[in-house]
Design a protein around this ligand. Structure first.
Ligand SMILES: *Cc1c(COP(=O)(O)O)cnc(C)c1O
Length: 401
């Protein structure tokens, strides 16, 4: 046995040296008893914070009854959550998955099958945007188009045409008789919190209508209340054809879904797609519990109020620390800053202040508190962010001295 010195885990993650034992609301506690304010929220997953009693109860009471049966059988929890998602959105049909990438895969397959059953198998290409992130499967890295995620994984999956974010001319030029759909995040998460303007989303809708294309939205990160509406596209008042969701809908339980109109989903007939785990009773119990809270009276209003307070606080910090913060970005609680200093240094300075955040592309840092955050906790977060800026200013002075 000579391999025993090799670490057993793949080296794919650059992990911070933190081990959390327990979570409560917006707080995480390490094995050393230290407390962190969690503005990473498991990358926008812990929408209701940690150990929310309603979620814990939903999961444990389901766990005592039934975990998994497969999609060979009817699953009442799926029917219930599917109906609730349909009632609350543009969608008529729902397919449950385990992750965001699988929800996007389902969205891509749905769009291609739509044109296929319409007698246009040649229409399979999908236009995407630079800086996009759609997941890490072979098709979703092709859709995201980022070289760093494609390198070394063989030929890029065929059928994705990428255009610069916000370049309408390039977008129009990319549409050909082979185009099936346009795929976009209403707010880029990992790409650096760039927001697609309401106007640009409305003109995307128009462009799709004029060219017989389906509009697919990736709301894996922006959905389920994160921006202060149930879905970010509601701000623009548009009706998409297909929307992929995940992260927030499980509140920490791995799950996702692809939502579509009946028309868009008409090619997804018996046997053409499937999943073993997707939509199992445990996931559905939690997903339903998450919706109980997010759809409750006043919840999204609370998210919008907190977002406003938080954004004003960030803007004030940006004014006072122009050598650290370049710009405040994002929408609702899918927010953060574009840094002047390297974003990794900013994440570390926040870490030193016991506040967790997530680096993003374009030298940005994401601040993604659980949606249940109180005003007082938001102010505590702002104080820590300000203290982190002080640290960085002091460190810079030392470098110059
Ligand atoms: C996280 C994310 C994905 C991928 O989700 P996974 O659950 O990691 O597969 C896709 N799109 C967006 C916008 C995301 O933020």
């Amino acid at each position: 046995m000579t391999h025993s010195t090799v670490q057993p885990l793949y080296d794919t993650f650059n992990r911070a040296a933190l081990r959390f034992e327990r979570g409560e609301g917006v707080w995480l506690f390490t094995d050393k008893g230290e407390r962190y304010l969690d503005f990473a929220a498991g990358v926008a997953v812990n929408s209701l914070g940690h150990s929310h009693p309603h979620l814990v109860n939903a999961l444990t009471s389901q766990a005592e009854k039934l975990w998994h049966v497969s999609n060979l059988y009817e699953i009442p929890g799926q029917e219930k959550l599917g109906k609730r998602l349909v009632d609350a959105t543009f969608a008529d049909k729902v397919f449950f998955t385990n992750s965001g990438a699988e929800a996007i895969e389902c969205a891509i397959k749905t769009a291609r099958r739509y044109h296929y059953v319409n007698g246009h198998p040649e229409r399979y290409r999908i236009v995407t945007f630079e800086g996009a992130f759609h997941g890490r499967t072979l098709a979703t890295i092709a859709a995201g188009g980022q070289a760093k995620y494609l390198e070394g994984f063989g030929p890029k999956v065929e059928g994705f045409d990428q255009v610069p974010f916000g370049d309408e001319k390039a977008l129009k030029a990319a549409i050909t008789p082979e185009t099936a759909a346009i795929l976009i995040e209403p707010v880029q998460g990992e790409g650096g919190l760039r927001v697609a303007s309401e106007d640009s989303l409305r003109s995307l809708r128009k462009l799709c209508d004029e060219n017989g294309l389906l509009l697919i939205l990736d709301e894996v990160q922006s959905g389920v209340g994160r921006t202060g509406k149930l879905f970010a596209h509601e701000w623009a008042g548009i009706t998409p054809d297909i929307v992929a969701i995940a992260k927030g809908i499980g509140g920490g339980f791995p799950m996702g879904a692809c939502l579509a109109t009946a028309e868009a989903a008409k090619g997804m007939t018996s046997g053409v797609h499937g999943t073993t785990f997707g939509g199992n009773p445990l996931a559905m119990a939690v997903g339903n519990a998450v919706l109980d809270l997010i759809l409750a009276d006043g919840f999204l209003e609370h998210v919008r109020d907190i977002s406003l307070l938080f954004k004003q606080g960030l803007a004030s910090i940006a004014d006072r620390y122009p050598d650290v913060v370049a710009e405040v970005r994002g929408r609702g609680l899918l927010t953060g800053i574009k840094c002047v200093v390297p974003n990794t240094e900013f994440v570390q300075a926040l870490h030193d202040e016991h506040l967790l955040s997530v680096a993003a592309g374009d030298n940005a840092v994401r601040l993604l508190p659980p949606l249940i955050i109180t005003e007082d906790e938001a102010r505590q977060g702002l104080a820590r962010i300000e203290a982190a800026c002080e640290r960085l200013v002091a460190a810079n002075k030392q470098k110059l001295a």
